[in-house]
Write a new protein. Structure first.
Lengths: 91, 288, 268
C-alpha cells in the first residue's frame, strides 16, 4: 500500500523532527499564547511566523551550501539551527 | 470586525485540512523520499543522499529553463499589469453595457488551456491562420514553428491575450469600489486626469493589484499546457518552461530522483515568493 | 463627452482584438478541411455542420465531454461542502494556527501541479482510483478548495456577526442557523465560488490527463488525438474547441454581477 512511497530512514527522521517541532510549538502556544511583536525583522511577527521563516531559510541555506561548495551539510545544518534560534529569540 | 478566539473552530476546518493534507502532504513526502534515492523499480531503490540536488543545482539545462521562466514571468507582468489597468479604466462603469463588456472581456479566461493553445496554434499559422497570414502579408517573415524569437513572442502574446482580462477584471472591481464623492471632490479641485489616477484610483487599486501580481506571477510560473500545445517547447528548447522540463523528466524519461529534487527546489521558490506576497496582502488588509 | 467617446472606441477595439482568435476558431469549425487548407477565407464559404456531426455521433468524442462534466461536477460539490464550514471558521473565529493554516492552503493553490504529478499517479493507482472521475475530482481539490475558502471567506466577512448572535438567541442550533439563515445570505458568494471551482477544474488538463487513461479521459486529452496519420483534422479540432467554450459562457451569465469580486478573491 505505501511501498510506492519508498520511505527511507533519513527522510522519516526528517519529517518526524518537523512534526515534533510543530507539536512542541502547539503545546507552547496553548500554555503561553504569544502576541505579535517587532524584532529585527522588518515586519511584526508571531512565534509561528518566525519558525516558518527559520525553516524556509534553513532550506535555502542547505541549497546554497550544496550549490557552491563541497562542505559537509552538517555544517549547513548547524548554521541553520543557529540562525533559527537567533530568529526565534530576537526576530 | 474582531474575531472571537475559539479553538473549537478547528472542527469546522478539519474536513478541508484532511482533504488538502491527503492531496498535498502524501505527495510531498513521496517527492522528498524520491529525491534522496535512485529508483529502479518498486522496492528497488538505492540511497544516494543529496546527490540529485547537487546535480540539479549545477545542471545548465535546468538553470537555462529557470532563467527563461523568470524572463517570461517578468515580461508577462510588465505587459499585463499596465495593460490590464488601462482596460479597466476604459470599461463602462455600470449598466447593461458594463455587464456585456465584463462578459466579453472574461471570455479568454473560460477557455480550457489546451484549447487556448489550439486556438493560437491555428491563429498564428502562416497558411491557415489570420494572424500569421496577416503578419506575413505585411512583409515580415514570421514562422513560430521555425524561429526561436517568433515562437517566444507568440507564446508571450498568447499569454497576454489569455490573462490580461484577469488583471482587467480585478482592477475593474477595485475601481467600482471607489465612492463617486471622491471624483466629485477631484472635479471641484480641477484635478487633472493624471492626478485623479495617481492620487485617487491607484491607491485604491493597491490591494487588488497585489492579488493580480500574485496570481499572474504564480500562474505564469507554472505555465504548461498552452506552450506545450502551441510549440511543444520548441524550436529547440526556446519555449520549454519549468513545468514542462519537469514533466518530461518525470513522465517522459522516468528520471524520478532528479525530477523529485528539481520539484522540491521549484516548490521552495514558489513557497518563498507566495509567502512574500501573502505577507504583503495581509499587511494591505490591515492598513485598510 | 469627447473623452467618453474615445474611451468607448478604445474598449471596442480591445474587445474586437480579444475576440478575433475565438472568431477564427468558430469560423474554422464551420468549414470543410478542403476549404481550410485551400486558402484563407474570412467566413465559411461552404458552410457545413459536418465537424459537429462527427463529435456528436462518435462516442469516443462525446464521452470526453461527459467525462469532463462528471469530474467537474463532483469536484464542485466536494469543494463547496468542505469549504463552506472552513470559510465560516476563518471569517468568524480566531483559533490556534489559523494564519498559518490559511497560508498553507494558499501555498497549495500556488504549487505547480507538475510537482505532484508522479506521486498523484502512484497514490491513486495504489488505492485503486486510477482512471476514475473521483480521482480527478479529488486531485483538483488541491487547488480548488484553497481558492474556494479564500473567496467564501471574503464574502462571509461582509455579513455582520449580529445575524449569528440573533439566530442563537432565537434558539437556532448551529447547523440549522448555518443552512437556513447564513447560506441564503451569501447566495451570490456561493454562486461565484461554484463558478470558479467549475472553471478551474474545467480548464485544467495536466492532472486530468495524467490520472486517466480510457474510462474517465477528459475532452482535452481526446483532442490531442486528432493528430492522426493524415495530418491534423483541423475542422473537427476547431469544432471540439468551440464546444469546450460554451459551458463557461453559459455559467458566467448567472454570476456576472459578482464575477469581479470573485476574481479579487472576495477582497474588494
Amino acid at each position: 500500500m505505501i511501498a510506492w512511497m519508498n520511505w527511507t530512514p533519513s527522510v522519516a527522521i526528517f519529517f518526524a523532527v518537523i512534526a515534533a517541532i510543530l507539536a512542541v510549538m502547539t503545546v507552547y502556544e496553548i500554555v503561553s499564547p504569544c502576541t505579535e511583536r517587532k524584532g529585527f525583522l522588518p515586519i511584526e511577527t508571531t512565534r509561528g511566523d518566525r519558525l516558518f521563516i527559520g525553516l524556509l531559510s534553513a532550506a535555502y541555506i542547505h541549497l546554497a551550501f550544496l550549490a557552491v561548495s563541497d562542505i559537509s551539510l552538517w555544517i549547513a545544518l548547524g548554521v541553520s539551527v543557529l540562525w533559527a534560534l537567533v530568529l526565534l529569540r530576537w526576530g | 470586525m474582531d474575531k472571537i478566539p475559539n479553538n473549537r473552530a478547528w472542527w469546522l476546518v478539519l474536513p478541508v485540512f484532511l482533504l488538502v493534507a491527503f492531496s498535498a502532504l502524501i505527495p510531498l513526502m513521496t517527492v522528498v523520499n524520491y529525491s534522496v534515492q535512485d529508483i529502479f523499480g518498486p522496492g528497488q531503490a538505492y540511497f544516494v543522499g543529496t546527490e540529485w540536488f547537487k546535480e540539479v543545482l549545477t545542471d545548465e539545462r535546468l538553470q537555462d529553463s529557470l532563467l527563461r521562466q523568470f524572463l517570461f514571468s517578468g515580461a508577462v507582468l510588465l505587459i499585463q499589469i499596465p495593460l490590464g489597468i488601462g482596460v479597466a479604466l476604459m470599461m463602462p462603469k455600470s449598466g447593461i453595457k458594463g455587464s456585456l463588456c465584463l462578459i466579453l472581456v472574461a471570455i479568454p479566461l473560460l477557455i480550457p488551456w489546451n484549447v487556448v493553445g489550439t486556438i493560437w496554434q491555428i491563429f498564428a499559422r502562416g497558411d491557415i491562420g489570420l494572424f500569421g497570414w496577416g503578419i506575413n502579408q505585411m512583409g515580415v517573415d514570421y514562422n513560430y514553428t521555425g524561429s526561436t524569437v517568433d515562437a517566444w513572442l507568440t507564446v508571450l502574446l498568447m499569454d497576454v491575450w489569455h490573462w490580461t482580462p484577469l488583471v482587467a477584471l480585478l482592477c475593474y472591481s477595485g475601481l467600482r469600489a471607489i465612492p463617486e464623492a471622491f471624483y466629485q471632490a477631484a472635479e471641484i479641485d480641477r484635478a487633472s486626469k493624471w492626478a485623479v489616477f495617481r492620487y485617487i484610483q491607484l491607491p485604491r487599486l493597491k490591494s487588488v493589484l497585489i492579488i493580480a501580481v500574485l496570481l499572474r506571477f504564480m500562474d505564469s510560473f507554472m505555465i504548461y499546457t498552452e506552450p506545450f500545445v502551441l510549440t511543444g517547447g520548441g524550436p529547440g528548447s526556446s519555449t520549454t518552461f519549468l513545468s514542462q522540463t519537469l514533466t518530461t523528466m518525470a513522465i517522459g524519461q522516468f528520471d524520478l530522483g532528479r525530477a523529485a529534487a528539481f520539484s522540491l527546489i521549484y516548490f521552495l521558490i514558489v513557497l518563498l515568493i507566495s509567502w512574500l506576497f501573502f505577507t504583503a496582502i495581509t499587511h494591505a488588509d490591515k492598513e485598510q | 463627452m469627447k473623452q467618453a467617446r474615445s474611451k468607448n472606441v478604445a474598449i471596442t477595439v480591445f474587445i474586437i482584438l480579444l475576440l478575433t482568435p475565438v472568431y477564427w476558431l468558430l469560423n474554422m469549425s464551420f468549414k470543410t478541411n478542403q476549404e481550410i487548407l485551400g486558402g484563407l477565407t474570412m467566413w465559411p464559404e461552404n458552410f457545413t455542420l459536418e465537424n459537429y456531426v462527427v463529435i456528436f455521433t462518435d462516442p469516443s468524442w462525446y464521452n470526453g465531454y461527459l467525462n469532463s462534466m462528471a469530474y467537474v461536477t463532483i469536484n464542485v460539490i466536494i469543494t463547496l461542502l468542505v469549504a463552506l464550514p472552513a470559510a465560516y471558521a476563518f471569517s468568524r473565529y480566531k483559533f490556534l494556527g489559523d494564519k498559518h493554516l490559511f497560508f498553507w492552503l494558499l501555498s497549495n493553490r500556488m504549487a505547480p501541479p507538475a510537482v505532484f504529478l508522479l506521486p498523484f499517479f502512484q497514490l491513486y493507482s495504489s488505492i485503486g482510483l486510477f482512471d476514475t472521475h473521483i480521482a480527478v475530482a479529488l486531485a483538483h481539490c488541491l487547488f480548488n478548495v484553497p481558492l474556494a475558502v479564500w473567496i467564501l471567506e471574503g464574502f462571509m466577512k461582509g455579513v455582520p456577526r449580529e445575524y449569528d448572535e440573533m439566530a442563537y438567541i432565537d434558539g437556532y442550533s448551529f447547523p440549522k442557523f448555518f443552512v437556513k439563515v447564513f447560506l441564503p445570505m451569501i447566495r451570490s458568494g456561493i454562486g461565484v465560488t461554484a463558478f470558479f471551482a467549475f472553471m478551474f477544474s474545467w480548464v485544467e488538463l495536466l492532472l486530468a490527463r495524467t490520472l486517466t487513461s480510457v474510462d474517465a479521459q477528459p475532452i482535452g486529452a481526446i483532442m490531442t488525438r486528432t493528430i492522426g496519420a493524415s495530418g491534423i483534422d483541423w475542422g473537427v479540432l476547431a469544432a471540439a474547441g468551440v464546444l469546450t467554450i460554451i459551458p463557461g459562457l453559459l455559467v458566467i451569465w448567472f454570476v456576472r454581477n459578482h464575477v469581479a469580486k470573485g476574481f479579487a478573491l472576495g477582497r474588494v
